[in-house]
Design a protein around this ligand. Structure first.
Ligand code: MN
Length: 129
């Protein structure tokens, strides 16, 4: 079963993303902040990490830096979840080590498909318009 770690501090977004991915046959592990995400990564291997960039305390970029020091997960693709307000900052997330990004609010009709395509190694894709 495909395993995805979702890092998101907003409870409603977390529940929505979890519901959609679970319905799509993906095993979801939740983390509500950076330190929790780093703990989960040590416990389990994931096929993909969906990472909210705007997190309280340790932000997403800092989480990526911490992840990248852990060689075990070096090959796990990270996809940034970005708020609409962060448009234009996408290159920053790619530079930090994300294979791509999905902007919020998420498009429910294509979300699972996009996640699966990132897992399949689709790499960075232009954002849907
Ligand atoms: Mn957030």
């Amino acid at each position: 079963m495909t395993k995805v770690l979702v890092v998101e501090d907003n409870l409603m977004n977390m529940e929505l993303v979890t519901f959609i991915l679970t319905a799509g046959g993906i095993d979801v592990t939740q983390a509500f902040d950076g330190p929790e995400a780093l703990d989960k990564i040590k416990e389990k291997t994931f096929d993909l990490i969906l990472l909210d960039i705007q997190l309280p305390g340790m932000d997403g970029i800092e989480v990526i830096r911490n992840i990248n020091t852990d060689k075990v997960v070096l090959n796990t693709p990270i996809v940034a979840l970005t708020a609409h307000a962060m448009q234009g900052d996408e290159q920053k997330f790619i530079d930090a080590g994300c294979v791509g990004y999905i902007s919020k609010p998420i498009d429910i009709s294509t979300f699972v498909e996009r996640v699966n395509s990132y897992i399949a190694g689709g790499g960075a894709k232009p954002e849907d318009t």
